[in-house]
Design a binder for this molecule. Structure first.
Ligand code: CP
Length: 318
């Protein structure tokens, strides 16, 4: 039995619209499992999944762990600082040693773009990219798509603007691929210093002013300023950034239509987004987090079909 997604989930760039829709359609019914008193189904019983996070994470790591546990997989979290990586062991050696203990899947977050693919090409286990450098964060893109589809019914013709630090954002790339494949119109907005130079080639509009983006969009996906990835000189100051590009209540009040506000988290409150927007009626930020568990359950479920040892377990259904 082969997975409809292939062996690994490395990004949305190489998935078709049908494959993306399949993940979203699979996630919808799985949401209900997290609303039960006993949040557990036997679908992935017998599967062993390793969460290998080389970078900090709250939402993605916890969400994967909940998804794995709610589907009855055995999960192990590798704390990189306390692992042999800190003694100089390579990524591939770490993964091969884990495979020697008979694992089935690896969820990896890594600071280097391409790390997930590098690993996927060298081990037999399914690899899921939980964010690699500035490249892609496919499950974040999928949960954003699910949240928008739930609110809008369809993404066809909807206008979504990705705001802020697009240059350093793997979330932006996964969103652009996913949204355009599902028929949405996509724009980006931010200081030119934080937009990739050839961004128009991805088929997006570019706005230089946040007011233009708010006038145009049905939804804004507001990105975190990734201060830890910035060497220097991208913006004059955080205060100046908020003054010119911040998504504020006053700016939203001038929007010509109801507008949804997404943010992948973690937020810099008072920088890219003000608290009364993040916590206000337009915000679907916590819906994104809830949907993240269902999307990750769907990805695990679909990928399991590609692993001979997991195929039997997956047949049990949700
Ligand atoms: N959205 C996201 O990736 O958040 P974490 O860094 O907390 O996982």
């Amino acid at each position: 039995m082969t997975s409809p997604l292939g062996k690994d989930l490395l990004g949305l760039e190489h998935l078709s619209a049908e494959q993306i829709s399949l993940v979203l359609d699979t996630a919808e019914p799985l949401k209900e499992i997290s609303e039960r008193t006993i949040k557990k189904v036997p679908t992935l019983r017998g599967a062993t999944i390793v969460n290998l996070f080389f970078e900090a994470s709250t939402r993605t790591r916890t969400s994967f762990e909940f998804a794995e546990k709610r589907m009855s997989a055995d999960t192990v979290n590798i704390a990189i600082a306390a692992s042999s990586v800190s003694k100089g062991e390579t990524l591939v050696d770490t993964a091969r040693n884990l495979e020697a203990m008979r694992i089935d899947m690896v969820v990896i977050r890594h600071q280097s773009s391409g790390a997930a693919r590098f690993l996927a090409e060298r081990i037999e286990s399914n690899v899921i990219n939980a964010g690699d450098g500035t490249h892609e964060h496919p499950t974040q893109g999928l949960l954003d798509l699910l949240t928008l589809r739930q609110r809008f019914g369809t993404l066809k013709g909807k206008r979504v603007c990705i705001c802020g630090d697009v240059l350093h954002s793997r979330v932006a790339r996964s969103n652009i691929w996913g949204l355009t494949k599902l028929g949405a119109e996509v724009a980006v907005c931010g200081p030119r210093s934080l937009l990739p130079s050839a961004i128009e080639q991805m088929g997006v509009h570019v706005f230089d002013r946040i007011e233009q983006a708010i006038e145009w969009a049905d939804a804004l996906n507001v990105l975190r300023l990734q201060l830890e990835r910035m060497q220097a000189g991208y913006i004059p100051s955080l205060r100046e950034y908020n003054r010119v590009f911040g998504v504020t209540r006053e700016r939203l009040d001038r929007a010509p239509r109801d507008i949804l506000i997404l943010h992948p988290g973690p937020m810099n409150r008072g920088v890219e987004i003000d608290s009364d927007v993040a916590d206000g009626p337009h915000s679907v930020i916590l819906e994104q987090v809830t949907n993240g568990v269902a999307v990750r359950m769907a990805v695990l479920y679909l990928l399991a079909g590609n692993s001979p040892r997991l195929a039997e377990a997956a047949k049990g259904g949700a």
